[in-house]
Design a protein around this ligand. Structure first.
Ligand code: URP
Ligand code: ZN
Ligand code: ZN
Ligand code: ZN
Length: 483
């Protein structure tokens, strides 16, 4: 019998810190050896002229989720097909508590829905109603079961929490060792601006960006940082859209706070001008916070290079465009404030970022791997099973052709949507094969991984919560007893 199941031969392996020529041997779904002349294997994968990258880890993915209005066009089946087609082998999705409802019940239902996944997955816990039952009973139980990240919204009717509710969640996260992820925008400023715009008849998609200006985001980022600092709880700010929010995060980090930043490919590639495309086309670019300016894009690249923002995710949140169940569910055209927020992005994340980042010389290969795989895996407790190619890690990898040019179309996204915001975009660099635990799930044109081939990944409690430091002395001891 052969020593290994598979040897990936002749490629250049990219890790979070190096690029080097070596072969990769796989046995029972994990990396068994890395080096030269590794011996015999049942199968050989030719990786000549290819990069061998750890599978993408996308820690911000909405699939089969109710809670924000119209129907999502991706469940775990099509959504994870899209992931595989874009080189992503692990997604973290959202258990979404309905207002007044149970988080635990949704988690149980979500586990069943996720059984159709084609890549591995884990869950964040979105708290929309922090009742004693949820905070004292359900959250500790779910975190213990492997879901150690909590999501809160500071805006959107029906899901947002006020500051006191946010504090309750932060305290519960501290008690139970969870990382809190935050959608940070000032709800009342957005609500007031929306009222003004709508009553002035300014309702086309472009006014989405006027209703959700940078200052609404910057204020909320600054406020959540203060609340998290008060309780000494680590947070990740989701979807940082531009310079001002990133600057708040940089300042918090300089003070020694555990405040992490995530951005998405669309903030590096799209601008508010895309909302102003003719007709209702701009609705294809409605997501929150909105895309900003080219100056914001350049600033974000700088914050990425300096490590202030350390994760790039997709925020895949797809609704169909030409569909009364999707972007047109409130009419065609509907006023911007009735159009569901969110765009598809799972399959495009790595090819577009590679093109903009690596091929255009803005970031190097290890930085690409850190931002899209290693850092999210570390921050969310998936590392070293995921996010790296090392002996003992899951054999999740991409054969990546750095020269391959592809013109993106909706069909290449392999999702349930009827559009991609990147239609016609020319990539340089593309995945030619994706492997999950040693099994091929994408062959360069077709998704070949079976629905149900993905597994739930339980994540251990977040270890970076230390004894309370942040309340001003001499009150520390008293405050600590309150949490
Ligand atoms: O527009 C967006 N981002 N929709 C998805 C929900 C969220 O805010 O992450
Ligand atoms: Zn959000
Ligand atoms: Zn999201
Ligand atoms: Zn397909």
């Amino acid at each position: 019998m052969a020593t290994y199941d598979t040897i990936v031969r002749g490629g250049r392996i990219v890790t979070a810190s190096e690029v080097y020529q070596a072969d990769l041997a796989i046995k029972d779904g994990v990396v068994a050896a890395i080096g030269y002349d590794l011996g015999d294997s049942a199968e050989v994968v030719d990786a000549k002229d290819m990069l061998v990258l750890p599978g993408g880890v996308d820690t911000h993915v909405h699939l089969d989720q109710t809670g924000l209005g119209p129907e999502m066009c991706d469940g775990f089946d099509s959504g994870t097909a899209s992931a595989a087609a874009g080189g992503t082998t692990t997604v973290v999705c959202f258990v979404w508590q309905p207002k007044g409802g149970s988080l635990a019940q949704v988690a149980a239902d979500y586990r069943v829905k996720a059984e159709k996944a084609r890549v591995d997955y884990s869950f964040h816990l979105t708290v929309t109603d922090p009742t004693p039952e949820v905070l004292e009973v359900e959250l500790p139980q779910l975190i213990a079961e492997g879901c150690r990240s909590v999501k809160v919204f500071m805006t959107y009717d029906g899901v947002r929490l006020d500051d006191r509710e946010v504090l309750r969640v932060l305290a519960a996260a501290r008690r139970n060792q969870a990382l809190v992820c935050v959608h940070a925008e000032n709800h009342d400023l957005i609500a007031w601006l929306t009222e003004q715009l709508v009553s002035a008849g300014l309702t086309t998609p472009k006014y989405h960006a006027y209703a959700k200006p940078m200052i609404a985001e910057r204020e909320a980022v600054s406020r959540i940082i203060a609340l998290a600092e008060a309780l000494d709880v680590p947070i990740q700010i989701f979807h940082v859209s531009g310079a001002q929010s990133a600057e708040e995060i940089a300042r918090a980090q300089a003070r020694g706070l555990k405040v992490w930043g995530e951005t998405c490919v669309h903030y590096l590639t799209l601008t508010a001008d895309d909302l102003d495309r003719p007709g209702f086309e701009g609705a294809k670019f409605i997501f929150g916070p909105p895309a900003r300016t080219e100056a914001d894009q350049e600033a974000l690249w700088g914050y990425l290079k300096r490590g202030v923002i350390e994760v790039i995710s997709s925020d895949h949140s797809p609704t169909r465009f030409d569909d009364p169940k999707g972007k047109k569910f409130a009419g065609d055209p509907a006023p911007f404030n009735k159009v569901p927020n969110g765009i598809p992005g799972l399959a495009a994340r790595l090819p577009v970022l590679f093109t903009e980042g690596v091929s255009k010389g803005r970031i190097d290969l290890p930085t690409f791997v850190r931002l899209t795989s290693t850092n999210p895996a570390k921050l969310f407790g998936l590392f070293p099973q995921k996010g790296c190619l090392a002996v003992g890690s899951d054999a999740d990898f991409i054969l990546w052709d750095p020269q391959k040019t592809v013109t993106l179309t909706n069909a290449l996204m392999h999702h349930g949507g009827d559009y991609t915001p990147y239609e016609g975009y020319q990539t340089q660099g593309y995945p030619v094969a994706t492997f999950l635990r040693g099994q091929q799930v994408f062959d360069g044109s077709a998704v070949v991984g079976a629905a149900g081939g993905g597994r739930f990944i339980a994540r251990p409690p977040y270890p970076m919560i230390t004894p309370l430091q942040r309340f001003p002395t001499p009150f520390n001891a008293v405050h600590a007893t309150l949490i």
